[in-house]
Design a protein around this ligand. Sequence first.
Ligand SMILES: Cc1cc2nc3c(=O)[nH]c(=O)nc-3n(C[C@H](O)[C@H](O)[C@H](O)COP(=O)(O)OP(=O)(O)OC[C@H]3O[C@@H](n4cnc5c(N)ncnc54)[C@H](O)[C@@H]3O)c2cc1C
Length: 411
Amino acid sequence: MASIKTTCCIAGAGPAGMMLGFLLARAGVPVIVLEKHPDFLRDFRGDTVHPSTLEMMYELGLLDEFLKLPHSVVRQVAMQIGKDRVVIGHFEHLPVHCKFIALMPQWDFLNFIAGHARLYQTFDLRMRAEATGLIEENGRIVGVHAKTPDGELDVRADLTVGCDGRHSIVRLKAGLESDDYGAPMDVMWFRLSRKPNDSGETVGHIEGGRMIVMLNRNDYWQCAYVIPKDTADEVKRAGLDKFRETVGEMSPFTRDRLDEIDSWDKVKLLTVAVDRLRRWYRPGLLCIGDAAHAMSPIGGVGINLAVQDAVAAANILAEPLRRGTATIETLKRVQQRREFPTRFTQRMQIVLQNNIISPALGGKQPRAPFFMKLMQWPLLRRIPGRVLALGIRPEHIHTPDISSPARNAAA
Ligand SMILES: Cc1cc2nc3c(=O)[nH]c(=O)nc-3n(C[C@H](O)[C@H](O)[C@H](O)COP(=O)(O)OP(=O)(O)OC[C@H]3O[C@@H](n4cnc5c(N)ncnc54)[C@H](O)[C@@H]3O)c2cc1C
């Protein structure tokens, strides 16, 4: 079995892992990032890049280049909840450079970060490398076992960071305990082609216990058919014809192309979870992003939160990792910094799940929660936009750019 040694090994190259790897490498910390897939081209990734993440791009000096990638701009978020139309986010008052959410395929976002991270000699991204277990010595995690196309690989590291998402193998193997807050829904995820005369907007439809959201991805619609938790088998038993018929009833303009869903292989089940680790760390190990706290898709804030975790973790860890002085207290500071924003955001998601998603899936009329109606008052209406766009505790990049020879050469 091959074995390599680094300072920080990150399992998972989603928003949390990629951003953490980039910032640490940029600050001079040798990093290996393991990603089990061969590329980022999966269609089940969220597409929202929030103003706070765009502000980080500005702080990194990358904003102009980033905004050259194809994206669309969302300046206000509103929802029809039963009889109420509720504006959830006005962004025009935000104290940031981009007063909008950029809708961009997540693989473009991740490829962009990876491209910049690779300019640093301290950065090593291994694709098709799946973390399968932890290496533990005397009660301390000292690295991960990984499966690669070339065989088994041991990556030994001063610190291992689990960024492997809501089904994290790292948190499982570390035996970290989590509290499950429940989610009333799962999502069936599929594509339909988009035609020139289709509307350009994201389409949402709630009716008679059924719910569909269709995201405009230029040449196709990414469709999320929301079902009550654990009922995917029931939907499948009812048959593909019935499934197509239901989609057609909810989005009649798609009827001319429903035969594109010609097998269940075209429909992926995404299970939704909301949970949070009690302790995000152990000696030698830290979890951040969904690996520490699985987020619901509600509000589309999970990516934002994962990126903010990564920035906070890099701010706290970079110097101690470079000096070899990171202790369990250093890891504890990351949780202390990020736990409150996570708790608050998950609490909001659960309130919305209980007031909107659960009644809607139960065939009842959903109602806007009182606090949402209150926030429509002119004096208060800036608050939800700010929370949605920036999060509860926006992070800023404090890590230095000190390992830049390759970068300077490229420039
Ligand atoms: C249906 C659905 C829709 C959503 N839509 C949105 C949205 O529009 N906007 C939004 O902000 N949030 C959305 N979310 C939430 C969002 O996806 C997550 O909160 C966010 O992706 C968390 O980022 P992460 O980097 O922690 O984990 P992930 O994005 O899950 O990334 C984990 C990475 O680790 C890799 N990996 C997993 N296991 C291993 C392993 N053993 N070894 C190596 N690599 C591994 C994975 O391939 C992946 O690349 C949605 C969630 C769901 C369920």
